[in-house]
Design a protein around this ligand. Sequence first.
Ligand SMILES: [Zn+2]
Ligand SMILES: [Zn+2]
Ligand SMILES: [Zn+2]
Length: 123
Amino acid sequence: MVQGDWNCCECNTDIKELPFNPRNTDDLKCRECMQKGRPERETFEGEWNCSKCNADITVLPFNPEDTSTITCKECYLKEKSERRQSKMVEGEWTCKDCNGAITSLPFNPRDPESVACRDCFAK
Ligand SMILES: [Zn+2]
Ligand SMILES: [Zn+2]
Ligand SMILES: [Zn+2]
């Protein structure tokens, strides 16, 4: 840390130390203002490969610690939707079309009277 006596150009807070020696002391920002001004989503550039489909990955929204488990956006989204699908809701419903019993659904039905079984739903 570099010790000094500066002022934040935005909120005028005293700045006593900085992680670097400022060249331009007129537009220094305190830690809080610096964090505020930072874009919300940082991206990291690099050369990785998707662990699922082996596609090239050049940008990631995070800095990967374990590069062997990186997935590209497509695989990531696919996995996410698969995970969502595996979250089945257990219950006892009757199919509105074929009257078959339904014991699990991928969602909690708002209207239990209009539930269709997987077969009828696919039709
Ligand atoms: Zn400030
Ligand atoms: Zn992939
Ligand atoms: Zn049915």
